[in-house]
Write a protein that binds this ligand. Structure first.
Ligand SMILES: [Zn+2]
Ligand SMILES: [Zn+2]
Length: 322
């Protein structure tokens, strides 16, 4: 056998081995990198955007469920959706800025969604808000704002013109009465108003929030509505109102016989929501504004499954974060 040839083939063999090893390490690092990148996209600790339920209640003064309010936080930026009863206390409980969000969005003017609005205006002012409060919502919001400021005239006068020496200029509220479409687009956060169907209300909105790392839809109060389904297709989180359909019965009060008809026209049942979520396929469905009609959490989830949704669903509780 030719010695040179043997040497050559040995060398060839060694370099083949080297190439194989290098390729193996390269593939291994690609896999590692892929895993890491996937981790970055799904690990809630590395996401900059989160949803905080500040109030999952309804008009009923349940001490465990504050009035409707949801926070979307992107880094240090805080956006508020609805201002139900107790909103400033819940903002504080969630360790969010009590001196006011970057912007507030009101879905509609029902009292349960706005009882915390004077609290938001006045308390965030007293907690050292240094700029006007920016609020977006349906037509009629400007009038409500003017009347609320007028209703607190004596309070504002005492606090600004006497020893508290509060600064009147920071009490300012900039109201923007909106229509459907993009209503906010600033430094990576885009917010779109979706017209929803809430009984006889002429104007009620859900909101879609898009940040660089997540998409979220908040339904507001609505019965099943195609526009909301479309806006929710494939979102990371759908936060949706719900009532327990099987527990629906007339209430014992004057006009209470209309309660089931009211719910069907103004709200979305658990089974209907299961169907909506099955169409929209959000990565996570969160129930809020829960009209329980005596249902347990598992009753509600059974209804969602009956409607067809097989994905992840959570019955929201105050201060839950996602
Ligand atoms: Zn409502
Ligand atoms: Zn409501």
């Amino acid at each position: 056998m030719d010695k040179t040839n043997t040497k050559f083939s040995e060398k060839e063999h060694i370099s083949k081995k080297r190439i194989e090893t290098i390729l193996f390490i390269f593939l291994l690092s690609l896999l590692f990198l892929k895993g890491n990148l996937q981790g970055q996209n799904t690990n809630p600790n590395t996401l900059k955007t989160r949803v905080v339920l500040l109030g999952t209640g309804t008009p009923g003064p349940n001490p465990n469920c504050s009035g409707p309010a949801t926070a979307v936080v992107y880094g240090k930026r805080f956006f508020l959706f609805d201002a139900g009863s107790g909103v400033e206390r819940m903002i504080n409980a969630a360790k969010l800025p009590i001196n006011g969000p970057e912007a507030t969005f009101i879905t509609h003017l029902h009292s349960d969604h706005t009882l915390g609005y004077p609290d938001l205006i006045l308390t965030s002012w007293l907690m050292r808000r240094k700029k006007a409060l920016n609020v977006y919502g349906p037509h009629g919001l400007q009038r409500m704002t003017n009347l609320l400021l007028d209703a607190y005239y004596e309070d504002i006068d005492i606090r600004t013109n006497h020893l508290e020496k509060e600064q009147a200029e920071y009490l300012k509220v900039n109201v923007k009465e909106i229509d459907s479409g993009i209503v906010y687009d600033s430094a990576g956060v885009k917010i779109t108003a979706i017209p929803v169907l809430h009984g006889d209300w002429k104007e009620a909105y859900g909101f879609r929030i898009d940040t660089p790392d997540r998409s979220i839809v908040i339904s507001g109060d609505t019965r099943p509505c195609d526009a909301l389904v479309k806006a929710s297709e494939g979102v990371d989180i759908l936060v949706h109102e719900v009532y327990f359909g099987k527990g629906l019965k007339p209430e014992k009060r004057p006009g209470g016989e209309y309660w089931p008809e009211y719910c069907k026209s103004y709200h979305t049942s658990d089974i209907e929501l299961g169907t909506i979520a099955n169409k929209a396929k959000p990565k996570l469905l969160v129930l809020t504004h829960i009209i329980r009609n005596d249902a347990t959490d598992s009753d509600l989830i059974s209804g969602i499954r009956e409607g067809g949704y097989k994905g992840k669903v959570i019955v929201g509780k105050d201060l839950d974060q996602f």
